[in-house]
Design a protein around this ligand. Structure first.
Ligand code: NAP
Length: 285
C-alpha cells in the first residue's frame, strides 16, 4: 500500500508530496505518478517511488496503481482532453483495486455551471460509477491565479477583468495541498465531498487596493465588458479557446460561484486559510 500522488511534478502535486514527507510519511511509502522521470529526479533521490504514466496513454497507467493504494488524482491541465484522460485514470485505479481515489475537482461540483467545470463534473460522475471509494476535493480558486499575474498589473496599474463586483474566496495552493495531505494520511474521508475555498472572499477592487497598498504603486480595478476582456486577453497572447474559458470564468465569478465559503478547507487543514494579502506579499518579494 502506498500513498500515490498523480501530477506529482505539477505545482500542486509537488506541494502534496513535500507535505506528505513533512508529515513524516516514510519516502518509501509514497509513489509519485509522473510523465517525466527527469522532472521528478529530486523526489527519487529522496526515496520516493516513481511510476511513469501519461493520462493520454492508457497502457502506461496499468502500472501506476496497486491494490490498496490511497491515491490523490490531480486533474489534468490539458483542457478539452480531460474526459478521455480522466476515464483512463479511473479505469486503471479500478483495475488495480485502489483503496481510495481522491480527486481534485472544482468548487460547487455539479452546480458549477461554467465551461471549465464541465470536465470535472463528468469525471466525478465516472468516479461514482466506478464504485471505488472516493473523496471529492472540490477546489476553489488559487490565490496564485491572480498573484502570478502581478507583473502586468503593476506595469499597467490595473487589474482588468469582466467579473463585475463578484467576489472570490480563494486560498493558496499550499492550503489545498495541505487538505490533500490530510485526506491521504487521515481516516474517515471515504465517500466524502469537500467544498474547498478560502475563509475570506474578496472583490477585485479590494484586491487591486491591497496590491496598491503593498506595492506603493497606483493600481485600480478596471471592470470591463466580456467583449473588452476578450480583446485584452487575446492581445496578451492568450490562445483563442482559452480566452473564452477565462471570460466565462469571470462571468461565473460575477454570479458568485467562486465566492462560496463552507469552511471545509480550514477544518481539513486545522488552521485558517492563507489570506490573499499574504499571497500578494509573497509574490511581491
Ligand atoms: N483551482 C484552481 O485555481 C486551478 C488553477 C489551475 C489549474 N487547476 C487544476 O488543478 C490541477 C493542479 O493544479 P496545478 O497548479 O498543479 O497545475 P499544473 O502545475 O499545471 O500541474 C498539472 C499536473 O498535471 C500533470 N498532467 C497534465 N497532463 C497530464 C497527462 N496527460 N498525463 C499525466 N499527467 C499530466 C502535469 O504533468 P507534468 O508535470 O508532466 O506537466 C502536472 O504535474 C490542474 O491540472 C488543473 O486541473 C486548478
Amino acid at each position: 500500500m502506498s500513498l500515490v500522488v498523480t501530477g506529482a511534478t505539477g505545482q500542486l502535486g509537488r506541494l502534496v508530496v513535500e507535505g506528505l514527507l513533512a508529515a513524516g510519511v516514510p519516502a518509501g511509502e509514497i509513489a509519485a505518478v509522473v510523465r517525466s522521470e527527469e522532472k521528478a529526479a529530486g523526489f527519487a533521490a529522496r526515496g520516493v517511488e516513481l511510476r511513469v504514466a501519461d493520462y493520454s496513454a492508457p497502457e502506461s497507467l496499468a502500472a501506476a496503481f496497486r491494490a490498496g493504494d490511497r491515491v490523490l488524482f490531480v486533474s489534468g491541465s490539458e483542457v478539452g482532453q480531460r474526459v478521455a484522460q480522466h476515464r483512463a485514470v479511473i479505469d486503471a485505479a479500478k483495475a488495480a483495486g485502489v483503496a481510495l481515489l481522491a480527486y481534485t475537482g472544482v468548487l460547487g461540483g455539479p452546480d458549477a455551471d461554467f465551461t471549465l467545470a464541465d470536465e470535472h463534473k463528468v469525471t466525478e460522475r465516472a468516479i461514482l460509477d466506478s464504485g471505488l471509494p472516493y473523496t471529492f476535493l472540490r477546489n476553489g480558486w488559487y490565490h496564485e491565479n491572480y498573484t502570478g499575474m502581478l507583473a502586468p498589473v503593476l506595469e499597467h496599474g490595473a487589474v482588468v477583468a469582466s467579473a463585475g463586483e463578484g467576489r472570490v474566496a480563494s486560498a493558496s495552493r499550499a492550503d489545498y495541498a495541505a487538505a490533500a495531505v490530510a485526506v491521504l494520511t487521515g481516516e474517515g474521508h471515504e465517500n466524502a465531498v469537500y467544498e474547498l475555498s478560502g475563509d475570506e472572499a474578496w472583490s477585485l477592487a479590494e484586491y487591486a487596493a491591497e496590491v496598491a497598498r503593498q506595492s506603493g504603486k497606483d493600481v485600480v480595478y478596471r471592470a470591463v465588458t466580456p467583449e473588452q476582456n476578450r480583446e485584452v486577453l487575446a492581445g496578451a497572447g492568450v490562445p483563442a479557446p482559452f480566452v473564452d474559458v477565462l471570460v466565462d470564468v469571470d462571468a461565473a465569478i460575477e454570479r458568485g460561484l467562486l465566492a462560496r465559503r463552507s469552511g471545509d478547507l480550514a477544518r481539513l487543514i486545522g488552521r485558517p486559510t492563507t489570506p490573499i494579502a499574504d499571497a500578494i506579499a509573497e509574490a511581491l518579494k
